[in-house]
Design a protein around this ligand. Structure first.
Ligand code: HEC
Length: 126
């Protein structure tokens, strides 16, 4: 009998670890909100009514790049033709200058977990 309980316990632990890994891959929007404030917050708000140095990022997923009126975008971003998907954000945030030579965004989110969490947070605002 104890043998059976051990097997059941192991199965339960494996399933919970699997679920935790799946959540990590999807990104944690709550942690992402904190990381967003820390890493992006000087230049971007998540609220169209709150002005920072650059454009707000509300509903960024599915938004055409460089499409908010009155923002001083680079020629490169305006000419990119990008639509912001999670994948496009991942590439851009990892290394903006490499993803888009000529962009005026100087700050990357170099940490992969931060990026995944920040993207999950931004997606939660759509
Ligand atoms: C030091 C200021 C600064 C920081 C910090 C910063 N950005 Fe930016 N961001 C900019 C500027 C400037 C642009 C406009 C880039 C261009 O026109 O080439 C921009 C553009 C963007 C865009 C494109 C917006 C659009 O309307 O197409 C996204 C998305 C973005 N930033 C996300 C982020 C995220 C997420 C972070 C945090 C990981 C971040 N940025 C950190 C300055 C910043």
């Amino acid at each position: 009998m104890p043998q059976v309980i051990r097997i059941i316990m192991s199965a339960v632990i494996l399933v919970s670890v699997g679920a935790a890994v799946a959540r990590a891959d999807a990104g944690d929007p709550v942690r992402g909100a904190q990381r967003f404030q820390a890493v992006c917050g000087a230049c971007h708000s998540a609220d169209p009514a709150v002005k920072r140095l650059s454009v707000h990022l509300k509903s960024i997923i599915g938004r055409k790049a460089a499409s908010v009126p009155g923002v001083a975008y680079s020629t490169a971003l305006k000419a990119s033709g990008w639509i912001w998907t999670k994948e496009q954000l991942e590439t851009y945030l990892a290394d903006p200058k490499k993803a888009l030579p000529g962009t005026t965004m100087m700050v990357a989110a170099a940490n992969a977990k931060d990026r995944a969490d920040i993207i999950a947070y931004l997606a939660s605002l759509n």
